[in-house]
Design a protein. Structure first.
Lengths: 292, 445
């Protein structure tokens, strides 16, 4: 299967490598490439796998995507949601990681674990708890802040409420990532800054933050990919409401595929979203100047 | 969600109905029983040879098991394996399973999934005229002269009220409203406020106004949900606008409740925060199992003028489906099992009480066990004045819910919101095979 242009020691090693690679190729083909191909073909059809409907529509589904006001609104919501959550995720993550990294802080592992706990808690559970906390009558948030707000059904606060929950749940991921980045910084650069008389802010601004750029880029890109796919919190907390005020792009896909069983249109939406995600990822590389 | 809660409560409701008795299903003898659709227990199944079939359902195992036990007591050579799939998985697994050769011979049906199931179903081996003689609403299920499933029960809405709050407001049985105007006055009396802040709502319809009001009260005003072609929604009708306006006025003019007071009307009533709620039959079981502290009464849905075209919409609880791709011997057992279920009055009563549905079987309309359930008794007088529009696609409910939320929360005017709902439905239903059966209503204009 593979030519022997490598420094492997024995036939058994080569055999093992070939088996491992073959398994991975088969795995990705069966569970990734084939489903993507089926979905792509399906995006040109009226397709309901449950009733057996599969009728060619040409570009009809794509035309509908690009003329849908709801999809446009959802994309705008997704953009707002992603930008705000990513900014806070990165900002809070970096800030808290830097604070924990400080020699003044003890119990570093404890803090790291505490901030990471929401990340490993299932989104479904977190969303239900926060939904209860936002309850206008008995929710703890209104009681603490002496408010009388129907957070999740007010069009001005509904998306904000979901974003706050998402930031709380996810910023711990950035904390852990940045801590890993901070501990791997070259100590000579930091010491040189110290010798040159740089204060704490200057050290952070001109040494630490630039050196953390690859980590920031990683967090931002993984966040873009994750938040463009976000729908669980919407499904549980608002169901897209009030009206369609909190529809996100991925929630429409869920709604079309698993509520209306309109798999063809949902597939077309998915491919458009795939292209958008890829474009944003490339843009991130461009902006950060690390395209190569 | 409503359907899921409903399904989950079925099992618990058995205890309430007091029908957890196996022997009632077996009739105890081998004489034929039933009305027009008769079941003869003496007829051997599968030539007396052992056979196993599966029955899939999404909840209420005990209820199904009792029917199975009754049947297998008559036919010990038949084994019916009950398979429970949770509601969330059921509607994906079942059609995919029926598409192959390993699907269950018998399966529970919910008519909201009609389009995904009908292509896999075998017609019932019972003459349509016999079914029509025994059951209400059969005509609406006839497809090309054949019937694949029918309704064993009809579910619709009634008003539930908190008796303690009713009494505290100085109201008596005499005050039970017959019209919406009277209803609004009663709701005002039941409302308690501290300044502008609601302490006790006279009424709540939060989260389910679309199911319980918008998709039903239009009939009281003589308008169908679908236009004459049976396909085009009729959401911008004057009746729909009038109903929507009444809901808005109840909250914003009468002040008997608020869009922000309680997330779901069903919970708000159960938590003692509101005095009245319009809910469908399943709510009777919910109150008896989940909100046991609430002392409640039930009355028939009010009307606009006392002489409505129809009182409300109903939805049928469906009989079992038979898998047309199952082996012939299994299909034969399935056909026999369905006939046994239809002919067996005790099974019919048990299922209807468990679901709080009014029996579609005509001979059970006056059954004392049925009328002992207050939520069914209030329906008995006018049960023939309820309309089933057919198995509406999900977009009908979902689009109206969004329209209502746009009106209440997003400041959209009624005309615009209903027009948007209409447009959404037309777009979502453009490839649907749905055909309204409102024209089959007994008193159709």
């Amino acid at each position: 299967m593979f030519r022997k242009s490598h420094p492997l020691q024995s036939k058994s090693e080569i055999l093992l490598r070939n088996i491992v690679v073959l398994v991975m190729v088969v795995f990705f083909t069966v569970f990734l490439i084939v489903p993507i191909g089926i979905a792509f073909a399906g995006s040109f059809h009226e397709w309901n796998p449950l009733s057996g409907t599969y009728r060619f529509l040409g570009l009809e589904n794509y035309k509908e995507v690009f003329t849908s006001a709801l999809f446009g609104k959802s994309m705008l919501n997704t953009l707002i949601f992603s930008v705000v959550v990513i900014i806070f995720r990165v900002g809070l993550g970096l800030g808290i990681a830097y604070a924990i990294y400080s020699p003044l802080i003890r119990l570093k592992s404890f803090f790291r674990a505490v901030y990471y706990m929401p990340v490993v808690t299932p989104m479904v559970a977190v969303a239900f708890v926060w939904k209860f906390m936002y309850n206008p009558q008995i929710g703890v948030i209104n009681q603490i802040f002496h408010l009388d707000l129907n957070w999740l059904m007010n069009p001005k606060t509904a998306l904000l409420a979901v974003m706050i929950m998402t930031i709380w749940k996810d910023f711990g991921y950035a904390v852990v990532m940045y801590m890993a980045g901070l501990y791997s910084l070259p100590s000579d650069a930091l010491e040189a800054a110290k010798v040159d008389g740089a204060n704490a802010w200057q050290t952070f601004r001109y040494i630490t933050f630039p050196l953390l750029k690859p980590m920031t880029l990683f967090v931002v890109i993984t966040s873009i990919i994750a938040y463009i796919q976000a729908y669980v919190q919407i499904l549980i907390m608002t169901e897209g409401g009030p009206g369609t005020a909190t529809y996100l792009a991925s929630y429409i896909i869920y709604d079309e595929a698993f509520v209306k069983y309109n798999f063809g249109y949902a597939s077309a939406l998915s491919f458009v979203l795939f292209v958008v995600t890829a474009a944003f990822t490339l843009l991130s590389f461009k902006v950060s100047g690390t395209e190569e | 969600m409503k359907k899921k809660i409903f399904a989950a409560l079925m099992a618990a409701s058995l205890a309430v109905s007091g029908l957890a008795v196996n022997s009632v299903y077996a009739e105890g003898n081998m004489e034929p029983f039933g009305d027009t659709v008769k079941y003869d227990p003496s007829v051997e199944i599968n030539n007396g040879e052992d056979i196993t079939v599966e029955l899939w359902e999404w909840g209420s195992d005990d209820l199904f098991q009792q029917v199975i036990d009754g049947y297998t007591e008559i036919h010990p050579n038949v084994t019916i394996k009950l398979v429970n799939n949770p509601w969330e998985d059921y509607w994906t697994k079942l059609p995919l399973s029926l598409d192959g050769d390993k699907g269950p011979a018998i399966f529970n049906v919910h008519n909201s999934y009609h389009e995904n199931l009908i292509n896999y179903m075998a017609p019932l081996d019972i003459p349509v005229e016999d079914l029509e003689a025994d059951f209400t609403g059969v005509e609406a299920h006839v497809i090309d002269g054949q019937v694949y499933y029918i309704d064993y029960g009809m579910m619709t809405g009634s008003v539930y009220y908190n008796k303690a709050m009713w009494e505290e407001a100085g109201l008596t049985e005499e005050d039970i409203p017959k019209t919406w105007d009277e209803f609004r006055e009663v709701a005002k009396k039941l409302t308690i406020k501290d300044g502008d802040r609601i302490i006790q709502a006279g009424l709540s319809f939060n989260d389910d106004f679309h199911q319980n009001y918008l998709l039903g009260l239009n009939y009281q005003l003589g308008e169908n949900l679908f236009q004459e072609d049976g396909k085009t929604p009729n959401m911008t009708s004057d009746a729909m606008k009038q109903v929507m306006q009444m809901l808005v006025d109840m909250y914003e003019v009468d002040g008997v409740g608020s869009k922000d007071f309680g997330e779901k009307s069903a919970d708000t009533f159960g938590q003692g925060m509101s005095a009245m709620v319009l809910q469908w039959g399943h709510y009777y079981n919910t109150l008896n199992t989940t909100w046991t502290d609430i002392d409640f009464g039930v009355f028939e849905i009010p009307t606009f003028d006392g002489d409505p075209y129809a009182y409300n919409r109903y939805n049928g609880e469906s009989t079992f489906g038979i898998n047309k791709n199952a082996p012939e011997d299994q299909q034969a057992v399935a056909q026999d099992f369905v006939k046994y279920f239809l002919a067996n009055d005790d099974a019919q009563v048990a299922f209807n009480l468990a679901m709080s549905t009014f029996p579609a079987k005509k001979s059970l309309a006056d059954d004392e066990r049925i009328l002992a359930n207050p939520s069914l008794k209030v329906l008995s007088e006018h049960i023939d004045h309820y309309i089933w529009p057919g198995p509406m696609p999900a977009t009908v409910e979902n689009s109206l819910k969004k329209a209502g939320q746009d009106i209440f929360f997003n400041g959209v005017d009624i005309d615009t919101a209903l027009q948007e709902a209409q447009d959404n439905m037309i777009r979502d239903m453009k490839n649907s095979s749905f055909q309204s059966v409102e024209n089959l209503y007994a008193y159709a204009k």
